[in-house]
Design a protein. Structure first.
Lengths: 149, 162
């Protein structure tokens, strides 16, 4: 509660803090989702074909993890600065479900199939498409939270 | 101001900015492109800096992602044009919007300078035992430009006429 008030004060009373947190949030998801997308594109056979999906995952994963930490922390700060507005919002919970699904999916099914030795191409493609849909839905949820109250 | 007013008064642009769904859908698409294609720009630049993807050639990194980055860029520009022109009166006096447009111009200049000597010379870069400075300069400038670009985009929403 105390923490929440401290963050809310900081973000609401400092002119630049809220937009700064938003920029960190956007930059973070560009890196976080963008790095996952590279694995998805490989699984769909759309790029970086000279490496396996597993290898691309190995290169991108540290970037994904660090970026997602920034996204989650900046997002939490934005949420805590105006909890009542977000809690009353009809879209916000949908965004959180999409995010939760995307995160769980990414570190279970997606990771498993991306690191498989010889996954059936259909499986790889399906898993990649679901991944893209989940992350794009989360981004859409974020914008719609700001528009449809 | 009058030019801005006449632009946003074009029938379909007025309808677009007043629609409950179309405007946020186009804005979400604009943002989703950052997520889908921003990572490609970032990872290509990190490769040029030698920070990741070391077992992939620079050639593979640049050429296999190029068509997707181009496609993404076109979607970004079309959706961005819709967002800006439909609210032209709000955007016209906004310094963050114009800063963003200047950055967009500088990204064009960056391409003009570095495409012939870096991005179209990837085989030469791959043959070089160390990544040449020109490639690293291109990568760092690209990262700075794109970071400023999305920051200015976000700040557009915060400016109010005095």
């Amino acid at each position: 509660m105390l923490l929440q008030n401290a963050i809310a004060d900081a973000l609401n009373n400092t002119e630049w803090a809220f937009p700064l947190a938003e920029c960190v949030h956007i930059g973070g998801f560009a890196v976080g989702i963008g790095s996952i997308v590279l694995v998805d594109f490989r699984m769909l056979n759309l790029g970086l074909r000279h490496a396996t999906a597993a290898r691309i995952l190995r290169y991108t994963e540290p970037w994904t993890l660090i970026a997602l930490v920034f996204v989650v922390f900046s997002g939490a700060a934005l949420f805590l600065s105006q909890t009542d507005i977000y809690l009353a919002n009809l879209i916000f919970p949908l965004k959180m479900y999409a995010l939760l699904a995307a995160l769980i999916y990414n570190f279970t099914v997606h990771r498993k199939v991306a690191t498989m030795e010889n996954p059936p191409p259909v499986l790889s493609k399906l898993v990649a498409i679901v991944s893209l849909l989940l992350w794009v839905s989360t981004v859409f949820g974020g914008i719609f939270t700001g528009f449809l109250v | 101001m009058t030019i801005a007013h006449s632009i946003q008064s074009i029938d379909f642009l007025t309808a677009f900015s007043e629609s409950v769904l179309a405007y946020p859908i186009v804005m979400s698409t604009h943002l989703a492109c950052i997520a889908l294609f921003g990572g490609m720009i970032l990872m290509t630049n990190l490769r040029l800096l030698g920070l990741t993807f070391k077992s992939l050639t620079i050639t593979e990194m640049v050429t296999s992602l190029r068509p997707w980055k181009r496609g993404g860029g076109i979607i970004m520009i079309v959706t961005g044009l819709l967002l800006a022109t439909s609210e032209a009166e709000k955007y016209a006096p906004n310094p963050f919007f114009w800063t963003k447009m200047i950055i967009l111009g500088l990204i064009g200049v960056h391409a003009l300078i570095f495409r012939p000597i870096v991005y179209n010379q990837t085989e030469e870069l791959d043959r070089s035992p160390v990544i040449p400075t020109k490639a690293k300069v291109a990568a760092i400038l690209s990262l700075v430009l794109w970071t400023t670009m999305f920051t200015m985009g976000r700040l557009i929403a915060y400016w109010e006429p005095a």
